[in-house]
Write a protein that binds this ligand. Structure first.
Ligand SMILES: [Zn+2]
Length: 100
């Protein structure tokens, strides 16, 4: 859903007499920003873990381009273990490739 659609919905939910002030719109956008920054779940992390590890092995900047993943790994020991195991496997694979 586009942000403009959401704003339109909010406008529609407010009675016509009432003007939606710029402050109200800005406040609402701030709420949306915060929603974007919400933590991801273990499931979400798991679906992107391959991508994250590949990026980390290739470019060493996975934490920068996927900060939510990094955040989750920091707070979730189970996912962190999974990540380190996968990282180890991929690093071994890459090392073998380079040897050949
Ligand atoms: Zn987790």
């Amino acid at each position: 859903m586009k942000i403009t659609d959401i704003i339109q919905k909010v406008r529609n939910s407010i009675s016509p007499q009432e003007q939606l002030s710029n402050e109200a719109v800005l406040g609402f956008l701030r709420v949306l920003e915060n929603v974007d920054k919400e933590e991801i779940s273990c499931d979400e992390l798991y679906t992107k873990l391959d991508e994250y590890v590949d990026r980390q092995v290739d470019m060493k900047d996975a934490a920068r381009i996927m900060p939510l993943m990094r955040e989750h790994l920091n707070i979730c020991p189970e996912c962190c273990e999974e990540y380190e195991a996968l990282l180890h496997v991929i690093e071994l694979t890459e090392a073998n490739k380079n040897d050949g």
